[in-house]
Design a protein around this ligand. Structure first.
Ligand code: AMP
Length: 461
C-alpha cells in the first residue's frame, strides 16, 4: 500500500525553495564533549546554561546550549551570528562529512532520488560548492532567466561563481553517550543533533527580482510547492532592509505561484528562536498557504505566539497528546489551514477540517508513507532510490505506539471533534539511526506529496 502510494506521488511535479546550505557534520563522542567542558570549566558552562543564550556570540554560548541539548536529547538549532567565530569552530573540530543541508536542498534531493516527474528547486545563493551538493539526476532543475525567458537547468549547470555559501555545523549525538559536568553525570537520553546555523548578513531568503515574474509560469508547471527557510530571515539588516520587507516579498511569491492555478503550497515551519520573527512568519504566511508541517517543539511556540500561553505551557510541561490536538485545532481554525501535520518522535498527526476531500483512512495512509520514508532515511542515512522504501517497511513501530493511539482516541472522544478530521500514527523508529538530519523534512515531504497524489486521483487538485 505504501509502495503504491509512493508510485502515485512520483508522478507529481514539485517546486521547492528557499534554503540550502552546506552541512558540515561532527559525530560527537564523550571525549569531544568532555574536552569542551574542560576548556571552559563545568561551573561556567552550568551558569551559561541557566542563562540559556538564544544566539551564539562566543564559544561558551555554544558549549552551554550544546550540553543543554545533550541533557534533554532534544534536537535544537541555535543561530551563529558572529561570523568571526568560524575559525574557532574550524580549529576545534574535524568535520566528518559535508553534505546538502537546508530544507529546500534536502527536499529537492530526496524528491529527485525518488524519481518524481519534475523537481524544481530555487535557492537565492548558488555557489559552486553549494551546487555540487545536489544529486545528479535528470529530473532536477534550477530556474534561470536568460534573454527574458525561463530556462530550467540542472543546478550543476546553473551556479554563480561569486555567490556566498552558508555552512551550518551539525553535531550529531547518540543516545547513551555519557559524560560529566562537574559532579553531575549526564547520559544522553535520545539520539539527535545540535545545529549551529550560520546567520550572516550576506545570506538572504528571497526570490531574485528577475525570476519573480516567472513564478506564475512555474506555478502552472507544478502540482505543489514546498516552501521553507523563513527562519533564516533576520529582523534587521545593515542596508536598512528588515523582516517586514522580506516577508512582504515572501507573500508575493506565494500569490504569484498561485496566480494561474491554485497550486497547493506547503510551508515547513522550523524553529524560530526570536518570538517577534516567529509571530511575523505565522501571521504573514500561514493564512496564504494550504498546509503547514512542524515538529513537537514548534506547536507550543506557535500557540504561545498566538497568545495561548497557558496551553503552550501545558504542552511544554506535560507534552500530552490531548493538548497537542487542541492546539492543532486552534491553529487550523485561526489560520484557516487545509492541513496541519505535526511530527514528534513517537507519533505523527494530521489535523484537517471535516470537509477535507480525503477520508481519515486516506490521511492515515499518507502519514504511513511519511514515517516509512523517514525510517528508510534513518536506517540508510539517505534515500537514493524509490525501492529503498522497503527498508523502512521492515522497521517496527515504536513501543509507545499503542499507548499513543489510546490517548489519542481518548482525546478525540473527550473533545468536540465532529468538525475535524484527526488522524495519528505511531512512528517507525530506528533505534540507532545513521543520521537524524532531514528526518522531519522527509516526513513532511512524504506526507504532503502523498496527500497531493490522493487529491489528484480524486480530481480535487
Ligand atoms: P525534526 O525535528 O523536524 O527534524 O523531525 C524529526 C522527526 O524525525 C521526529 O519527529 C521523528 O518523527 C523522526 N525521527 C527521529 N528520530 C528517528 C529515528 N531514529 N527513526 C525514525 N524516525 C525518526
Amino acid at each position: 500500500m505504501v509502495r503504491e502510494l509512493l508510485e502515485k506521488a512520483r508522478e507529481l511535479s514539485i517546486y521547492t525553495a528557499y534554503n540550502t546550505n552546506v552541512d558540515a557534520i561532527v559525530y560527537l563522542n564523550d571525549e569531544i564533549i568532555q574536552k569542551l567542558i574542560a576548556e571552559f570549566g563545568a561551573e561556567a558552562v552550568r551558569r551559561r546554561m541557566d542563562e540559556y543564550p538564544r544566539e551564539i556570540n562566543e564559544p561558551l554560548d555554544f558549549v552551554a546550549r550544546l550540553v543543554h541539548a545533550l541533557k534533554t536529547g532534544k534536537p535544537m538549532a541555535v543561530p551563529l551570528v558572529n561570523e568571526e567565530l568560524q575559525p574557532w569552530f574550524d580549529s576545534h573540530f574535524n568535520y566528518d562529512v559535508e553534505r546538502m543541508g537546508g530544507q529546500a536542498g534536502i527536499i529537492a534531493n530526496l524528491l529527485a532520488n525518488l524519481d518524481f516527474r519534475e523537481v524544481l528547486v530555487y535557492t537565492p545563493h548558488l555557489a559552486k560548492r553549494q551546487a555540487e551538493m545536489f544529486v545528479k539526476k535528470p529530473n532536477l532543475f534550477y530556474p534561470v532567466v536568460e534573454d527574458g525567458k525561463l530556462l530550467l537547468k540542472h543546478p550543476w549547470e546553473a551556479y554563480r561563481e561569486n555567490d556566498p555559501v552558508k555552512v551550518n555545523r551539525i553535531f550529531e549525538f547518540r543516545a547513551g553517550t555519557t559524560f560529566r559536568l562537574g559532579s553531575e553525570t549526564i547520559t544522553v537520553p535520545f539520539s539527535g543533533r545540535f545545529i549551529v546555523s550560520a546567520r550572516f548578513e550576506s545570506i538572504r531568503i528571497y526570490t531574485e527580482p528577475a525570476l519573480k515574474p516567472f513564478l506564475p509560469e512555474i506555478g502552472q508547471r507544478i502540482d505543489g510547492a514546498i516552501l521553507s527557510g523563513y527562519q533564516g530571515i533576520k529582523l534587521r539588516y545593515s542596508d536598512g532592509k528588515d523582516a517586514n520587507y522580506y516577508l512582504r516579498e515572501a507573500k508575493k511569491d506565494i500569490l504569484l505561484l498561485k496566480r494561474e492555478k491554485d497550486v497547493k503550497v506547503h510551508l515547513e515551519f522550523a524553529s524560530i528562536q526570536n518570538r517577534e520573527l516567529r509571530k511575523k512568519v505565522i501571521y504573514n504566511l500561514f493564512p496564504l498557504v494550504d498546509s503547514v508541517g512542524m515538529d513537537e517543539a514548534e506547536i507550543a511556540y506557535v500557540l504561545s505566539a498566538l497568545g495561548y500561553d497557558k496551553l503552550a505551557d501545558r504542552i511544554f510541561t506535560y507534552n500530552r497528546i490531548e493538548d497537542t490536538v487542541l492546539g492543532g485545532k486552534i491553529l487550523i481554525d485561526e489560520m484557516n489551514l487545509e492541513l496541519l501535520q505535526i511530527h514528534t518522535i513517537y507519533y505523527i498527526m494530521y489535523i484537517a477540517h471535516a470537509d477535507n476531500p480525503l477520508s481519515e483512512a486516506e490521511l492515515r495512509n499518507s502519514l504511513e508513507l511519511a514515517t516509512t520514508l523517514a525510517a528508510s532515511r534513518a536506517s540508510l542515512g539517505d534515500v537514493t532510490s524509490p525501492d529503498q522504501i522497503s527498508v523502512g517497511m521492515s522497521v517496527p513501530y515504536n513501543e509507545r505506539g499503542e499507548y499513543v493511539k489510546l490517548r489519542f482516541e481518548e482525546a478525540k472522544r473527550k473533545q468536540r471533534s465532529r468538525e475535524y478530521k484527526l488522524v495519528i500514527i505511531p512512528t517507525r523508529l530506528v533505534p540507532k539511526p545513521v543520521s537524524t538530519v532531514g528526518l522531519g523534512d522527509t516526513i513532511s515531504t512524504g506526507a504532503f506529496t502523498s496527500y497531493l497524489a490522493m487529491l489528484k486521483e480524486k480530481g480535487a487538485l
